[in-house]
Every structure is written in C-alpha cells, then in structure tokens.
Design a protein around this ligand. Structure first.
Ligand code: ACM
Length: 783
C-alpha cells in the first residue's frame, strides 16, 4: 500500500494543475501583440535555461522567481547541447531597438526571450511567469511540485514594449515606516507589473527615515515621534506610543541593489522647504525661529512635551519650514551629497509642495533676502530656494523632480514636474517644455477610498478601479509636440491612514494592476470590459504573491430612498453581477443571513449588514447603522446644490438616518458645498413638537474643510414664509474639531429651515488660504 502512495499523490496534483491549465492566458499589463498557435510547450523542473554570460543575471532572476512562486528552479547552461528535453533561451541581441522591448516565442520544445536590452529580457521573463498558472504554494503543494510535474504553456508569439518610459509607484515611509522586507515585496510587485521607478518618500513632518552620517540627530531625534493621533484628523486622542524607524545606509544600498536587479530605479525624495518638522526637531537652526517651540494647537491630542521643536504627531501641513539661510543650504547640500552616494538615480526628488509662507512673511531675515535678491515675494523666494538646490544637483550631474508647486514663482531650468493637484501643473510645465510625470489625485492617489462603503479609515475621496483604468496620462489639452514631455505617470501611496503592509497592499491592489496597463499597454488595447472579465484571475495572482487586496469592485450598490408616505427609509441593494446573491441581516449578530429579494423598509434605529457572493468571491460586508430621529425619512429640499464631487444621494442624504463614523472615507454619505451655504427645508408632514436641531459636519482644515461660521434655524406653518427661531455663531477656536453642532429649538412646527453658513474664503495662514472653504454636512438631526 505504502509503495503506491507517491504515485497517487502525483496523479492528484497533476489533475490539480490541469485544472489550472484551463485558465485563460492573462498577462497584466497586456502585451502589444500576441498570437496564439496550436500545441503546447511542456514546462517541467527539467527544462533547461540557456543563458550566456550576458544573460546570466536574468537567468538567476527567472530562477529566483520560479523558486519563490513554484518552489523549484531550473538548471542553467551556457549552450544548448541538443540533449535537453526542452529549453528556455535568453538572448541579448546586438540591435539598436528599444532596450525594454522584447520578443517571446514559444514553440513545442523551445521558449525564446530576446531583446536588445537586459531589461527587455527581464520583462519577457515576467510575461513568461504569467503564462504559468496562478497556483498558490502552501506547505503541502510546495512539496508536491516534483520532478514529474508539467505545466503546459501554449505555443505563441508575443511582441511587446512599453508605451511610457516612466512607470512609477511611490511610497510614503514618513507618516508610517515600512521595513526593508516589505520594501522588497513592494519592489517585487512593481517588477511583476513592469514598473520601473520607485519614488521613495523618505522625509516628512512625522519622521525622517534615512540615515545621514554627518547629521545623526536626523534619525536619532527626527526618526521618532512620541505618539500618533487616533482616528481621523484632528483625532479623538493620541496613542502615546513612541513610533519610528529609519533605514541605515547599508539598508538603503540593499534596497537600491534589490531594485536595480529588477530594473527599477529608486528616486529618493528629500522634502524641502516644507514638510520639514522632523529635520527641524533634530536641528532647530534650520527654522527661521529656532528658539520658538513648534506650534501645537491646544486642542491637538499630543503625547509628551509640547516644548521646543517637535516631530509631528498629527497630519496636515505645518508652518515651520526650512529657513532659506546659508546654514540650511549647506545642510541640504551635505545631506544631498550622502543621498547621491547612495542613489545612482539621475533624478532626485526635492518635494516643494505644501510649503506655507507664514514664517517667511514673519521673518526679518527672509524679507531682507527677498529685497537683496530682487525677488517679488515669498513665492519668488521659494523659487530661489528650489533653483539653488537644482543648481547644486545639476552641478553633480543630477536632475530634480518637484511637485507642481515648483511652478509658482518661476520654474527651475531643468526641473521635471510631478503634477498632483490635478492635471493643470503638468499641462503648464509641458507647455514650458519641461518634462512631466502625471500623478493627479483623482486617478492615481491610491490612499483614496476604493469603495463608497469603505470600512477602514482612509484620507477620503472616492477613486474606484475604473477611474484608474480609464486614466489617460496625456492631457487632451496638449498638442503632439507638448505631449512628448509627458514621461509617464505614477501611483502615490500616502500613509497617514496606512499603518501596516497589509493595508498598503489593500490600497494598491487591484488599482496598481490597472495603472500598469495604462502605462505599459497601447492605448488602443485598453479595454475595461476585458480587464474586469479577468479580475478573478488577477486576484488569483495576488493569492499566489500572498498579497492582500480590495474586493471593492464587487461592492453592493446601496441606495437610501424616501418612502411615498415619508414614514421611514427604503434601503435598496443592487449588484452589477447577474449571477450574484445578496445576503443581509438586521439587528445583532445572532440573526441569520437572509437572501435579499426586494427593497427593505426601515422605520427605526437598526443595524443592517449586507454583502454579495459571486462565483468564489464574497464582497466585504457593508454596515448601515440607522439612527432614527424626527427628521429621518422626511421630505427635504435644498436651495443650494452641492459641488459635483460630493453630491451624496441628493438632499435626502441629510435625513437618511445614517451618520458616518468614517469621515470622508464614506464619501457618499456627505454633501459638500464649495464656498456655498447649506440651505435645507424639512417638511414633517404634520405640526411636530421638537426640542433641538443638530447639524453633523466636519472640521478638517488639511483638506480645506472648515466648520460653518453660523447655523440659523427658522420655522414655518406653510413652507413659504419662515420665522427665524434661533442662531448659533461658531467659534473656530472653541468649536475646533466639532462634529455635531446642536441648537436648542423648543417649538411645534410643520416646516423647518436649517441654514449652515459656509465659512467663506479661507483666511491667510490656514491651509487653503485664499480659496473658498468646503462645508461638509452628512446629516440633520431633529429631536
Ligand atoms: C502631495 O500630495 N502633497 C504631493
């Protein structure tokens, strides 16, 4: 009996793999062209890699990935002897064709990957790996891929090359720190999808993450903070846990080498002149006011001392920026000297974004410098700052990249612009004949919510998979000559609300797969229907990589609607998949899941959970906590329409019984008014006795969202003529961070008018100064 066991096992596993073999071919990003022929190549652990000295590195990389993903590696020989059962030939061609372009030919006994560049061979290898089935190794199957195992690869010809030369992913390791092992994993994800630039955001207000030998306090002091705010900004408390970390120079070298092995260039970002709190905490002389303590609002939840210069524990934009003094310039040159020794990248990113001018306005030194240098104002001074650093880096043979604010006050001569506040910065820079990398928030900020029902806290916004997939990096405003300056695009991952690597993976996947296709594949090949028809296979790859991912694509669509009698709320659940089943449950956890078949009527405070199942995929559970009050479900009209990006579900959003606890992460629960008031009329149907009225709003200055300056309540018997009842004027200091503003309103009335007055143009010295403020409202409660 014992003797037959291995045979049996082999049989079981071979049949397992043949199931896998029936998967369609899915290569992400999809290649330029692929022709499938009849017949297969039998890929086994005996297949031999033929690689000369010039292709040796690529052969090693193929084996490294095979070992990791399938548990075996292949023999490598310099020359074929015709004895091998079948071979994979890696062939570096003498040709002046593009180095990233490759051909992949699969015949019955030979796979050939050829390119004029080693990177092209590497990309061909990545494609080959995706011709193998997306099986996941576990302890059992690892042992099982044995000498008898065969994967069948269809005979085919692929011709492939990238659309854009710059295919980037960014990671902010300042707000939260990620260890070297995870950075390597991130680089592997990039390699799998043929990305070639890693933007390593190394310095922030909340932490300096790169060892600089000449300035040890940058990491010993600037690398750590005494705590972190809890929850969404401005926070409901502080965890009081000392937090931090940094990469030693040896680790940086290890990361740069690991990336280079995968044909990924690492672009370090050293932020200046803003986002410099951690550096200033380490070396206060970098500030224009070294003797003044870091400004911390009395209401900011804080851990430890508030004295002296502090590493920030909360999020946002901070006034204490680098002073444009000779001390600072010498410091930055010394820092950049060490950075350039570690990073061979042609580009060094110098930040340049979100740098308030408050301290420069207040500083006699800066004002004198503006005069001495004949500059226009503080924007001119920022331009002078960036240009000096650019001159220094240019003199060492490097080029700068800066965020689009570097356009303000005049662009440095050779700067490349990263357009993040929309596409305008990129358009302006390309028209000035400057290179551009597109990273507009609306399409490629992977810290934004993927789901309208996001359950974890995010920075907000709503950036679903199709927005990324359908993004076109060349703005339509540019003509063909100007378009040549667009080098490519990049996904950005800011980590205020991303504390661990699983959450990074959840935020990037599957949007990063979508972006890879935007950047690599020809525009005409991009096909949303085809992409989503393969999404389960994409998810299988993530399983194989042991990566977390979001299933937001499968989200239920839920809509809250008024009932004809205005006596409750209808909850409508919908799926975009015809073969799916929607399950829901009302009340506490002991209730069983029921199958949804018709709209649900809700007329009391309840918790309703729901999810959908389609094929093997289960969507995340969506929770609606209804809080009924006298306004819930009532007829409501608004006299000012919200901005198009925050329309909620119209006026009814304000009385739908849902008050979100997730801030803007659940963007569909909000109405957003840009520079306008919220002016709502509620009809109770019959004269109704009420005690008070509350407006649920948001104070989030970092996102230019401010409290209303005033709330007015008026009443009416006919819904036409209103009599003022009560007013509350808000105090931006005393009411800072208020979420729910309540006004007493003891009265019997049929109609109620609630006006929340927008705070107007944002005053100087506050985030968004000079722009209209956002007023966000998610619910009006009447009790
Ligand atoms: C940025 O998102 N502040 C570049």
């Amino acid at each position: 009996m014992k003797k037959f066991l291995p045979l049996l096992l082999t049989f079981v596993f071979i049949s397992l793999y043949s199931v896998a073999q029936t998967n369609r071919i899915l290569i992400v990003p999809q290649p330029v062209s692929m022709e499938i022929h009849s017949g297969n190549f039998k890929f086994t652990p005996h297949t031999v890699i033929i690689a000369g000295i010039k292709e040796k590195h690529e052969a090693q990389m193929l084996n490294l990935f095979l070992k990791r993903l399938y548990g075996f590696s292949l023999p490598v020989k310099a020359k074929s002897t015709a004895k091998e059962p079948n071979t994979i030939l890696l062939s570096l061609l003498k040709s002046d064709t593009a180095k990233a372009a490759y051909n992949l030919e699969v015949t019955s006994n030979k796979i050939t990957i050829s390119s004029a560049g080693n990177e092209g061979i590497f990309y061909g290898i990545q494609t080959l790996l995706q011709l193998l089935p997306p099986i996941s190794l576990n302890a059992n199957s690892q042992a099982s891929i044995n000498a008898n195992h065969t994967f069948l690869i269809p005979q085919l010809s692929i011709n492939d090359y990238p659309r854009f030369g710059y295919r980037g992913m960014h990671l902010d390791v300042g707000r939260h720190f990620f260890d070297v092992n995870f950075i390597k994993k991130y680089l592997d994800y990039m390699a799998y999808m043929k990305f070639n630039n890693f933007h390593f955001h190394l310095t922030e207000d909340q932490g300096w993450r790169i060892e600089i030998k000449r300035y040890p306090r940058l990491t010993s002091v600037g690398g750590f903070r005494n705590g972190t705010i809890i929850g969404r900004y401005p926070g409901v408390g502080n965890d009081s846990i000392r937090y931090g970390g940094f990469y030693t120079q040896a680790q940086i070298k290890e990361i740069v080498k690991y990336a280079a092995d995968r044909f990924i260039n690492v672009i370090p970002e050293i932020e200046m002149p803003g986002h410099a709190s951690a550096a200033i905490a380490a070396y206060p002389e970098l500030s224009c006011f070294p003797d003044e303590a870091t400004f911390i609002a009395p209401t900011t939840p804080w851990a430890g001392s508030r004295d002296g210069k502090q590493v920030q524990q909360t999020w946002g934009v901070f006034d204490d920026v680098f002073c444009p003094s000779e001390y600072t310039f010498k410091f930055l040159e010394n820092v950049l000297d060490e950075v350039m020794q570690l990073f061979p990248s042609k580009y060094i990113h110098i930040g340049g974004d979100e740098s308030p001018k408050t301290e420069w306005i207040r500083s006699a030194f800066c004002q004198q410098l503006i005069k001495d240098k004949g500059l226009t104002d503080e924007h001119g001074l920022q331009s002078y700052f960036i240009q000096r650093i650019e001159d220094y880096l240019n003199s060492k043979g490097r080029k700068i990249i800066g965020w689009d604010e570097i356009l303000e006050g005049g662009l440095a001569a050779n700067a490349t612009v990263m357009s993040w506040r929309g596409e305008e910065g990129g358009i302006a820079a390309a028209r000035q004949k400057h290179d551009v990398i597109m990273t507009p928030g609306t399409y490629v900020y992977f810290d934004h919510s993927q789901s309208k029902n996001e359950d974890s806290v995010t920075i907000g916004g709503y950036l679903p998979l199709d927005s990324t997939y359908n993004y076109e990096p060349i703005p339509k405003e540019l003509n063909a000559d100007e378009a040549k300056y667009v080098l490519g695009a990049q996904g950005n991952v800011w980590t205020e609300y991303i504390k661990n690597s699983q959450k990074v993976e959840y935020m990037i996947f599957p949007r990063m797969s979508a972006l890879s296709e935007v950047l690599w594949s020809p525009k005409k090949n991009r096909d949303w229907t085809k992409f989503t028809s393969s999404i389960e296979d994409i998810f299988k790859r993530y399983h194989q990589w042991k990566a977390n991912y979001s299933t937001a694509y499968y989200d239920l669509q839920s809509t809250l609607l008024p009932t004809p009698e205005f006596n409750g709320v209808y909850l409508k659940l919908e799926s975009k998949f015809p073969n799916s089943v929607i399950k829901y449950k009302i009340g506490d956890t002991s209730q069983v899941w029921k199958t949804y078949d018709t709209i649900l009527f809700v007329n009391s405070s309840e918790k309703i959970e729901s999810y959908l199942e389609v094929n093997s995929i289960k969507s995340s559970v969506q929770t609606k906590n209804f809080l009924f009050n006298k306004a819930t479900g009532k007829k409501i009209t608004i006299n000012e329409q919200p901005a198009p990006n925050y329309p909620g579900n119209g006026a009814f959003t304000l009385v739908d019984g849902i008050i979100t606890t997730k801030g803007l992460s659940q963007s569909s629960d909000w109405l957003g008014f840009l520079g306008k008031d919220m002016d709502a009329d509620i009809d109770f149907g019959v004269p109704t006795n009420i005690q008070n009225v509350s407006v649920n709003t948001l104070d989030q200055s970092g996102s230019w969202i401010y409290l209303p300056k005033e709330i007015d309540i008026a009443v009416s018997d006919d819904g036409i003529t209103y009599t003022p009842l009560t007013t509350k004027v808000l105090d931006p200091i005393k009411d800072k961070g208020a979420r729910k503003i309540t006004l007493p309103a003891k009265v019997t009335t049929r109609y109620l008018k609630v006006v929340a007055k927008n705070s107007g143009i944002i005053p100087a010295n506050l985030p968004g100064a000079g722009s209209p403020a956002w007023l966000m409202v998610d619910e009006i409660e009447v009790n």
